[in-house]
Design a protein around this ligand. Structure first.
Ligand code: TYM
Length: 330
């Protein structure tokens, strides 16, 4: 039997998972799970790069696990687990730290964005090192493909660079993974500021639709979404707000943007928003309901994550051992 290629991806258990995470990541993971050998991680160590309340973090970890499964990931087909339960992530991160360069980490736009307000002086060393841990996540499983949103492109390039550099310096060890970015929904913008990415860490709940928002909240947020001047419903650079709404419409309905533009010819923004809200509600309501059912049984979720961690450890161990041996640490 032909062995399946391996997929790895993850989401941080911080803030509220939103439409961007759903369209940019989750929905694609679900769509491809039959074709691959899948590892979907809850990257709790990454969440620690900014301060977290332990009680909230514990709850968020379960919430992400529930959303993974409620979105349609099948635990029979996917290894679903927590990063912090597989110590190889942190260990390989150290080994890769010693091949990563200070200069290349300094050029990561996500680090620059995240430290713009508070300055680099007070940023945690973990935040600086974030992309190396991310590289370790994927390389530890010799994964071939990494399905992510557009914002992860630069981190993925660095991951490939680190894999190639390690292989070059110490001999063939890691698979050089490929980035997989969806054609729609790869960069969902904030509803109230279409020049900003929709973000989990936003202090403005009106900027995002959370996967667990109730239908009325979703309707209200979409009704209040910013629009552009003019009336035409077209995805063009001069209309970033409408382009974003059309992209979300397309991502949630599976219909091409061009077809939606034709349907809304001569109609107003109000109509578009009203119907978009229903498409989003229809898509997310079953996920929300199922996630709440799962969250009512936290012990079951914990068991599932433990079982996932055991499987993940089994896969990771030989890869880590081969990296250690190449370095002379056998
Ligand atoms: P995180 O938790 O910020 O985001 C999780 C996934 O959601 C995608 N995403 C978006 N897609 C479209 N529009 C948006 N507005 C939007 N916001 C977020 C992200 O691209 C991502 O796919 N560093 C990663 C987590 C990570 C990881 C990994 C991913 C850690 N290790 C290994 C892949 C492989 C992150 O920031 O996730």
């Amino acid at each position: 039997m032909e062995t399946k290629r391996r997929v790895f991806s993850g989401i941080q258990p911080s803030g509220n998972l939103h439409l961007g995470n759903y369209l940019g990541a989750l929905k694609n993971w679900v769509a491809i799970q039959d074709e691959y050998d899948n590892y979907f991680c809850i990257v709790d160590l990454h969440a620690l790069t900014v301060p977290q309340d332990p009680k909230v973090l514990r709850q968020k970890i379960r919430e992400v696990a529930a959303i993974y499964i409620a979105s349609g990931l099948d635990p029979e087909k996917c290894v679903i687990f927590r990063q912090s339960k597989v110590s190889g992530h942190a260990e390989l991160c150290w080994l890769l730290n010693c091949v990563a360069r200070f200069g290349e980490l300094s050029r990561m736009t996500q680090f620059k964005d995240k430290t713009r307000k508070g300055g680099v002086e007070s940023a945690s060393a973990g935040l600086f090192d974030y992309p190396v841990l991310q590289a370790a996540d994927v390389l530890l499983y010799n994964a071939h493909l990494v399905p992510v949103g557009e914002d992860q492109r630069q981190h993925l390039e660095l991951m490939r660079t680190l894999a190639r550099r390690f292989n070059h310096l110490y001999g063939e060890t890691f698979v050089v993974p490929e980035t997989m970015i969806p054609p729609t929904g790869a960069r969902v913008m904030a509803l109230d500021a279409p020049d900003e990415k929709m973000s989990k860490s936003s202090p403005r709940p009106g900027s995002y639709v959370a996967i667990l928002d109730d239908p009325d909240t979703i309707r209200r947020k979409i009704r209040r979404a910013k629009t552009d001047s003019g009336t035409e419903i077209r995805a063009v650079p001069e209309k970033p707000a409408i382009t974003n709404l059309l992209d979300v419409y397309s991502g949630m309905s599976g219909r091409p943007v061009a077809e939606i533009e034709v349907e809304y010819e001569g109609r107003g923004y109000g109509d578009l928003k009203k119907n978009l809200a229903e498409v989003v509600v229809e898509g997310l309501a079953p996920v929300r309901d199922r996630a709440h059912e799962l969250l009512d049984h936290p012990a079951k979720l914990d068991d599932l994550l433990e079982a996932g961690a055991r499987r993940a450890n089994d896969t990771a161990r030989p890869v880590l051992e081969s990296a250690r041996a190449k370095l002379g640490l056998d």
